[in-house]
Design a protein around this ligand. Structure first.
Ligand SMILES: [Zn+2]
Length: 177
């Protein structure tokens, strides 16, 4: 695990891009570059899942309040920006379904990078979820952004429910929307 100047530089770019495009205040957390071999230790839930481990480029650890970027992706602004968003959101894997915390984070990543004329690679694994949130962002961006960055998960959900018009969001199955 190490601190890396290239990753730091991209982290600064990510923080500025989020502030500028969404007009929100964002917090900065420690960011470490880790080797692939360190991943099973850092993400025990992925032990024995090499097919997922191979895809991991970065992640945010909620308990340690730190961002981790996998070695080789120090220049990958998209990954760093995506993880920077996670680190500032109330929505995490422990309090929201995948289609909400991942789908919305990826839709915001796309929104910010495109707005800044930076390159964005489509993530095919969650394209349907992103499509849903992309459409929501077109009509209800202000409320959704406010919800996403609200430190209080309860308030975050009530705002998000009003914005989407979907109640009981926390336990909603994406296939039933
Ligand atoms: Zn993510």
């Amino acid at each position: 695990m190490r601190i890396d100047s290239t990753a730091e530089k991209n982290y600064q770019t990510a923080l500025s891009a989020i502030k500028k495009t969404l007009e929100v205040e964002v917090k900065k957390f420690p960011l470490f570059v880790v080797e692939k071999s360190e991943l099973p230790e850092l993400k025990p839930e992925l032990k024995g899942k090499p097919y997922i481990l191979n895809y991991v480029r970065g992640f945010y650890n909620h308990k340690e309040d730190s961002i981790f970027v996998v070695s080789g992706y120090e220049e990958d602004l998209q990954t760093i920006l995506h993880e920077t968003l996670h680190s500032n959101s109330c929505l995490h894997s422990n309090n929201s379904p995948y289609w909400i915390h991942e789908g919305l984070t990826e839709a915001l990543t796309e929104y910010i990078l495109k707005k800044e004329n930076l390159s964005y690679d489509v993530n095919l694994l969650i394209s349907e979820e992103v499509k849903f949130w992309r459409k929501m962002l077109q009509s209800r961006k202000i409320e959704i952004v406010r919800a996403y960055f609200n430190p209080n998960p309860e308030k975050c959900y009530s705002t998000l429910e009003k914005a989407t018009g979907i109640f009981g969001l926390k336990n909603k199955d994406f296939r039933k929307i």
